[in-house]
Design a protein around this ligand. Structure first.
Ligand code: KG4
Ligand code: ZN
Length: 340
């Protein structure tokens, strides 16, 4: 029987809500992005993020219901991201979801944000189990072995920065706007994704990721090329477009190579997996996707990724997880909080 789930996501800088039908798929997916709010600071400011969620959440949820032509009484459950994320931002979504669950008398389901990403490739695709999921966003970079719906284990993670964070921090070093990932991809495409500066990739056989070394290597390389002043912390070639393209391209190629190496190491350890999924904001990157796709083809594995609106933070992935958790009777009480 069809179940209808409202999914709410406010863990970072997107206020998002979506309606998922267990038989018809995603019926609506609405979002307010706070990017312009945080852009002037070069990163997310937690206090501004939570205030903005408070201003937008009611409208976004109403828009999601309207776009799906669903009345609140038709809903079967309310799913909400309850961890991990910025505490103030998470609290807005969780408190709002609890109030709705209480007022509308609906089951409440807390969803781990990372579980949302891990299963986002399944929203519109049949992905065979077991598979490996590579999650790469601004806050997280990890790989999981996924055995079934809700059944997954982390097999590696980053020891320091996330991949998206590396894009964002290095973009900042060379005066590019936040978020860095999309701009870096655009600049790299203008020089045909060539590897100009050969930044280090780290150990290929290690399963864990590490991006802080790459950031330091890029920084020292910039200094060596007289492009960065360590004392004033200033980029010295702001008008040299070709140089920015070369840094961007070399960085993107290095990160793409690192991803291929890590997925390769994961397949060595888990030879029974049939597919690889690539999810999270960084999975919007068409160059990285093409390299992973080529690699998986060579290894006879299916390669799948969600469409862009399900890669970056969204309510659809939360509603989707809410859908199978409801069917698995994994319901929470109104005691749900952001710590447990
Ligand atoms: O999943 P997401 O929207 O938010 C988090 O949960 O962090 O991911 C945002 C991250 C940012 O670091 C951004 O630079 C990166 O995803 N990103 C990209 C691209 N689009 C977004 N990185 C590389 N290439 C892209 N095209
Ligand atoms: Zn995310």
């Amino acid at each position: 029987m069809e179940k209808l789930i409202l999914g709410i996501e406010t863990s970072c800088d997107e206020t998002a809500a979506a309606i998922y039908s267990t038989t018809r798929g995603i019926l609506s997916n609405k979002l307010f992005s706070q990017i312009t709010l945080h852009q002037q600071f070069g990163g997310v400011i937690p206090e501004l993020a939570s205030r903005s969620h408070l201003q937008k959440i009611s409208t976004i949820i109403q828009e999601a219901l309207d776009a799906a032509f669903i009345q609140p009484d038709q809903l079967d459950a309310i799913a909400v991201t309850n961890k991990p994320g910025l505490p103030g931002s998470l609290l807005v979504g969780v408190c709002f979801a609890k109030s709705l669950a209480y007022a509308w008398n609906k089951p409440l389901i807390g969803v781990n944000h990372l579980e949302g990403h891990v299963f986002s490739a399944l929203i519109e695709n049949q992905v065979p189990f077991p598979h490996v999921c590579l999650t790469a966003s601004g806050g997280h970079t990890s790989m999981y072995r996924v055995n079934g719906l809700g059944d997954y284990q982390m097999i590696s993670q980053t020891r320091d920065d996330a991949a998206g964070e590396a894009f964002d921090k290095i973009a900042k070093l060379i005066d590019l706007p936040y978020p860095g990932g999309p701009v870096i991809e655009q600049l790299a495409s203008q020089v045909e994704f060539k590897d100009f500066f050969h930044y280090p990739r780290g150990s290929a056989s290690l399963l864990d990721f590490s991006f802080s070394g790459l950031k330091t290597a890029v920084l020292y390389d910039l200094v060596k090329r007289n492009a960065y002043d360590m004392t004033t912390k200033r980029f010295l070639k702001p008008n040299d477009t070709l140089f920015k393209q070369q840094v961007a391209s070399s960085l993107l190629v290095a990160i793409a190579d690192i991803f291929v190496n890590k997925v390769s190491a994961a397949l060595e350890l888990h030879p029974d997996v049939q597919a690889v999924t690539f999810v999270g904001g960084v999975a919007c990157n068409a160059y990285i996707r093409s390299l992973l796709e080529k690699f998986c083809k060579k290894k006879n594995r299916i390669f799948l990724y969600p469409r862009a609106q399900f890669c970056t933070d969204n309510g659809a992935m939360i509603a989707f997880v809410g859908g199978y958790k409801l069917q698995q009777h994994k319901i929470d009480t109104l005691e749900l909080d952001i710590l447990r």
